[in-house]
Ligand binder design. Structure first.
Ligand code: BG6
Length: 545
């Protein structure tokens, strides 16, 4: 079995041996055409049915319906494409269509829906009422899907989207399997079922290593790994994909992308919002699990990985995994020194008052959950040894910004010091993921005039002004990827488990009261002063993006 993270303790070893045998990476499905996949040419999904489990929820309305509509608008979905909403609520097909249309009209980047496009989309939308714990609901679903294959020409291709709380995944996938809908182990059934079956699972993928392993194990009993698409919507963001192009499509940057030239890296995922009505979920989750486990560590892995052999899912994920494996999990003492956790108290953000986190609905009044976290991580590889990676994320911060900022080493000599110019600011390359997507390079330039004065200036590439087209939403990219069978932008079982191996010791130390206190920060500030001290100790400072 390739690239599986080694399990140290006996118990975990036993669990590992109990796992169903999976094919090695090489035995898995034939590789898609690298030219087509590598260049991500304009793509068109094959006819297929997408079954949304949990179809009446927020995700279907806010993200999935708008993404599907935009894919249809851009011609990436064939006319046969069909959606089946599967949920408990008693709804007619008409009412379900109205729910999706409302989502498009409220949240789509192209809105309102164009009547002609919507009408043709709506003809392929059905609602399937059923309880997730009722086997009959799945048998009826199977009959419905067979009928759709015959009537709409969807060729037995099925994409199941689990837009439900992760606690329901095992139950749903087991029922899908029993109803013959999971095409369990395509190897065993090859030749007996037409078409492909894939499943998209949403985050959070577990709440620690143990639960993520259990979840992976439960999925693996029903699906082969290449059927499972674990979504991390950050990977679908245009700028994140551009990071690979920036690094590996240009000759200029890769030679300096290492410890010899780079002093440190800062990854910021800052949000202005509070918990936005998700108090119950968030209070049991916190910033480390919600954002660092997936989004921030994935950004770091893509930023730091070695060039893949091919721009192919397995190669890319192998390289990302290597980065995560090179991050040494922290001891409790290191957690106390290298992490800072905070929780916001009421304050003003962008002109509006945010109430204290503890006053949010469904949040415990004495909650210890962190809404802010700053971390210093190291990647023990030849490329990155000694380069600190500072990660921070938080809610209730002064601006919404996600960026990776690379600080380069200073020039070896302060040549202009004799001319009275003190040390020049270090060069910074800031990769802006959102908003105002772009890349900024900061360097020193001579101020025009007879004297010698140097000022830091910006060289600025902005997506908005360089390209006259809107970027697709991450969900558009990712849904289409799943339909064409390209898993490059989805996380693999071993990556997810390694991320938890890095974070578990932090969560445990915090829980045991050994990882430093929970700090409080006013909403509308850049987190607690302790986060600044984390960098000041190293003679550095956070960028104020
Ligand atoms: C989600 C988190 O995964 O990402 C949310 O659960 C967070 O808490 C969101 O707000 C941020 O996503 P984006 O795309 O708005 O930056």
């Amino acid at each position: 079995m390739a690239t599986r993270v080694e399990v140290a303790d006996e118990q975990a070893g036993a669990r590992e041996r109990e796992r169903p045998q999976k094919p090695s990476r090489d035995e898995r499905q034939p590789r898609p055409n690298p030219l087509r996949e590598g260049l991500r040419l304009e793509r068109m999904a094959e006819p297929c049915t997408m079954v949304i489990c949990g179809a009446t929820g927020d995700l279907a309305e806010r993200k999935l319906a708008p993404a599907l509509y935009n894919c249809l608008l851009s011609g990436s979905l064939p006319p046969e494409f069909t959606v089946v909403g599967f949920a408990r609520r008693d709804l007619s097909d008409e009412a379900f269509r109205a729910h999706l249309l409302e989502g498009i009209n409220k949240f789509s980047r192209n809105r309102p829906a164009k009547p002609a496009i919507w009408d043709s989309f709506a003809r392929g939308i059905e609602y399937h009422r059923g309880d997730f714990d009722d086997p009959a609901a799945y048998v009826e679903l199977a009959t419905r899907l067979d009928r759709i294959d015959r009537d709409r020409g969807t060729a037995g291709n099925r994409l199941f989207y689990l837009a439900v709380p992760p606690a329901l995944y095992p139950e749903i996938v087991n029922h899908l399997d029993r109803a013959g809908l999971a095409a369990a182990g395509q190897r065993r059934r090859r030749g007996t079922k037409r078409g492909w079956t894939r499943v998209i699972v949403e985050k959070p993928f577990g709440s620690d290593l143990e639960s993520a392993r259990t979840l992976n194990h439960e999925l693996a009993e029903v699906f082969d790994e290449e059927q499972v698409y674990r979504i991390d919507h950050y990977l679908g963001k245009e700028t994140v994909q551009n990071l690979a192009v920036f690094r590996f499509g240009n000759g200029l940057f890769e030679p300096i992308w290492n410890r010899r030239y780079i002093d440190s890296v800062q990854i910021t995922v800052a949000e202005t919002v509070g918990v936005e009505g998700r108090g119950e979920f968030y209070d049991a989750t916190g910033a480390l699990r919600d954002v660092v486990q997936g989004h921030a560590l994935q950004l770091m892995a893509i930023f730091a990985m070695d060039p893949p052999v091919e721009f192919h899912a397995e190669d890319l994920r192998d390289e990302k995994l290597k980065v995560l494996r090179a991050v040494k999990p922290m001891s409790p003492a290191e957690v106390a020194t290298n992490t800072v956790r905070g929780q916001y108290v009421s304050g003003w953000v962008e002109g509006a008052k945010l109430v204290s986190y503890r006053d949010e609905p469904e949040v415990e009044p004495d909650s210890q959950t962190e809404t802010f976290v700053a971390l210093k991580l190291g990647i023990d590889s030849w490329r990155w040894a000694g380069v600190p990676f500072y990660l921070r994320t938080g809610k209730g911060l002064p601006s919404r910004v996600t960026e990776i900022a690379v600080q380069f080493k200073q020039a070896p000599l302060a040549l202009f010091a004799r001319a009275g110019v003190p040390q020049i600011d270090p060069n910074v390359l800031a990769i802006r993921v959102q908003p105002d997507e772009g890349i900024l390079l900061r360097f020193g330039a001579k101020v025009p005039g007879q004297g010698m004065q140097i000022r830091t200036v910006n060289m600025d590439f902005r997506y908005g002004s360089s390209f006259a087209v809107d970027s697709p939403d991450a969900y558009e990219t990712l849904l289409l990827d799943a339909m064409v069978g390209d898993a490059s932008l989805f996380t693999r079982d071993d990556e997810v488990e390694r991320a938890w191996e890095i974070l578990d010791p932090i969560l445990e130390a915090w829980q045991a009261g050994q990882g430093g206190p929970l700090h409080f920060y006013g909403a509308g500030t850049w987190g607690p002063p302790a986060a600044d001290e984390l960098l000041e100790r190293d003679g550095r400072a956070w960028r104020r993006p």
